[in-house]
Design a protein around this ligand. Sequence first.
Ligand code: SF4
Length: 351
Amino acid sequence: MNIAFWQVLEKYKPSQQLSKKEIVLLLNANVGSESQALFALADQVRQQYHGPAVHLRGIIEFSNYCKNDCCYCGLRCSNQNIERYRLLASEVVAAAHQVIMMGFNTIVLQSGEDPWYDAATICEILLQIKRDSNVAITLSIGERTKEEYRLMYQAGADRFLLKHETADQQLFNKLRPGTSFEKRLICLQSLRAVGFQVGSGNMVGLPGQTVATLAADILLLKQLDVEMAGIGPFIPHPQTPLAQVPPGDLQLTLKTLAVARLALPLAHLPATTAAATLHPQGRQMALACGANVIMPNVTPLKFRKLYQIYPGKAGSTENPLESLNKTRDLIRVTGREIATGRGDSLKKYFR
Ligand code: SF4
């Protein structure tokens, strides 16, 4: 019996920060009773702070162009084998209006890092969506200047998702040539400074990553005091340099998610599409160990197959309504409920 593991679980308090050593101990939980106890505690903390509600965030992937060449991503600019698409600003607004009509309280506008959409275009999209709706808008469009982030925030974007991907600086710089970990952190600080609710997150299963790296990921998320953390398994794409690397381990992904829930009780944690891609019950499993968000893909059907960060993405053959209905059914089956509010930061209620 791993006494140290059980001691960390027993003395856990949401208000006290876990040390790196404690996080590593928890991440090393065995597949039996230790993992079960970890998941149960994470589920309890989720219930305490977030209740049974699951927030739905509808993702519109509006461009698969990207100027970057990340080694793990099918959208990398050197991949000549994908058909590229861009929605016009008016098409993004029309898609957003449809998503609002379907009842979503949050829209996530996601794209590769595509400078074709300058700040003025993004702001115009935001202003038009917000003109007659109080829907929360999350942007997930990559690195921009602080001034551009400020303009987007002022135009109505509420949240910004910029994953740090890995807290291992050398690994980050190796896997994301032409970009840097240092700049990533500056962007995350800029987002916070201009007023965004900030989301970040990491992959589990990158080559060269260790359990200590995952502990550093969780501590970085804590240090950034994120409102949202997306933690999902790495899935190899055949047209990338990491094609032969095995996918991330689902069990380790779930443990990382559960420990993130303990470290970040207030954060919104999605049950990721990548987890659902690895395992048909992946989202349900994530909901049972700390997750409180699902992000159904509501990209118009003709485009969603082309947004291939990794292959075989769950839901890539469904239309937006099918994705929503499937998600509703999944939530019902787990005995949870669909949240009715926007799912903003909980910090104001607990701090
Ligand atoms: S991970 Fe993001 S920035 Fe990197 S290539 Fe893919 S879409 Fe572009």
